[in-house]
Design a protein around this ligand. Structure first.
Ligand code: UDP
Ligand code: MG
Length: 320
């Protein structure tokens, strides 16, 4: 494909040997059925299995596949960022997961909405086929984030979306190190539209998102798109001062007007322990922000590309 493709389908892959053949089969069928020039940008996120090998073979054979290999595992959000940065699609980028949980066949539907003037067409999950614990966690998290966030982040939408070239350009320009792409995508603005879909099960293999990683992502959502934690601290402090004032006044009244003996060793202990806890929590929250400033201030590249295969040719790219 010598000319610039209209659309880039971007998918990050981390140890996806088992889903790979399914992915390629469905993408090929999709591309053959559409009258659009499409490239597929596959990003290998430092896989330890055969994924890079399979990707290389494919990209050297089929010029529609544009493969990017990262120097090590960078995590889903950064792998996606690398894919967005490498994509050449002149009209739009269609972002999917490599495990076929986001059906690529929805591309025409998304593209239609894009053609009708939406810069971001994001997918909204109607039903999740995951275990109840994970589902409840997602449900509560999205609602919490919506209530405390300063940008309007749509409920139950993940990274699965079609974004216009200009939105992709803005996302690449955003230098933040801890990335929560679905939030960044909302922040960009323009016309955005949600499309409902049913999220499939993984075609093969296992989820690469451990609970630890999910929490990290949720944390990034909350700390990057809300001022709530820091405001919460100040409010707790204010309430504590108020309570202690009321307590102090009651004690004074009791002592001088009713000459009662002041008791309350247990209460004292309780208050000390409670507020040491609150102070530590507050310090932890400040620490979280300091840590984020620390990482951001290093100004390191977001990801490092080891190799890139475009038009069946291997090119080595410098760090972005
Ligand atoms: N992924 C990645 N790097 C990682 C973890 C995951 O590129 O460190 C890819 C993975 O191969 C998949 C997509 O990101 O294509 C979504 O990951 P996964 O299916 O494990 O997450 P889940 O769908 O369970 O949230
Ligand atoms: Mg998945």
């Amino acid at each position: 494909m010598k000319t610039t493709p209209q659309i880039s389908i971007v998918a990050p892959l981390y140890n996806e040997t088992d889903s790979f053949p399914h992915l390629v089969r469905r993408l090929n069928a999709l591309m053959d059925s559409l009258d659009l020039s499409i490239e597929v940008v596959l990003v290998d996120d430092g896989s330890r299995d055969n994924t890079p090998l399979l990707m290389r073979q494919l990209a050297l054979l089929d010029p529609r596949y544009h493969c990017v290999f990262l120097s090590r595992n960078h995590g889903h959000q950064l792998a996606l960022t690398a894919g967005i940065a490498s994509a050449r699609g002149s009209e739009a980028l269609f972002i999917i997961d490599g495990d076929l949980q986001d059906p690529p066949e929805l591309l025409p539907e998304f593209y239609k909405e894009f053609k009708e003037g939406n810069d971001v067409v994001y997918a909204v999950r109607r039903k999740r086929k995951e275990n109840a614990f994970k589902k409840t966690g997602y449900y509560l998290f999205y609602r919490l984030l919506k209530s405390i966030s300063y940008v309007e982040i749509p409920l139950d939408s993940g990274d699965f979306a079609l974004i216009s070239r200009r939105v992709a350009d803005v996302l690449i320009q955003m230098p933040e190190e801890s990335r929560y792409l679905r939030g960044m995508r909302s922040w960009v603005g323009f016309n955005q539209k949600g499309l409902e879909y049913e999220r499939d099960e993984r075609v093969a293999g296992e989820s690469k998102y451990s609970f630890k990683l999910l929490f990290k992502l949720a944390y990034n959502g909350i700390f990057n798109f809300s001022e709530f934690p820091i405001k919460f601290m100040a409010r707790t402090g204010a309430v504590a001062i108020l309570i202690s004032l009321v307590y102090f006044i009651t004690v004074v009244i009791k002592k001088f007007f009713f000459t009662e003996v002041i008791e309350g060793f247990t209460a004292l202990l309780f208050v000390i322990i409670l507020f040491s806890g609150v102070q530590l929590l507050a310090l932890g929250i400040i620490g979280e922000y300091v840590l984020r400033i620390f990482f951001q201030s290093k100004g390191r590249p977001l990801f490092i590309i080891k190799e890139e295969i475009v038009n069946r040719e291997s090119v080595r790219a410098d760090a972005v």
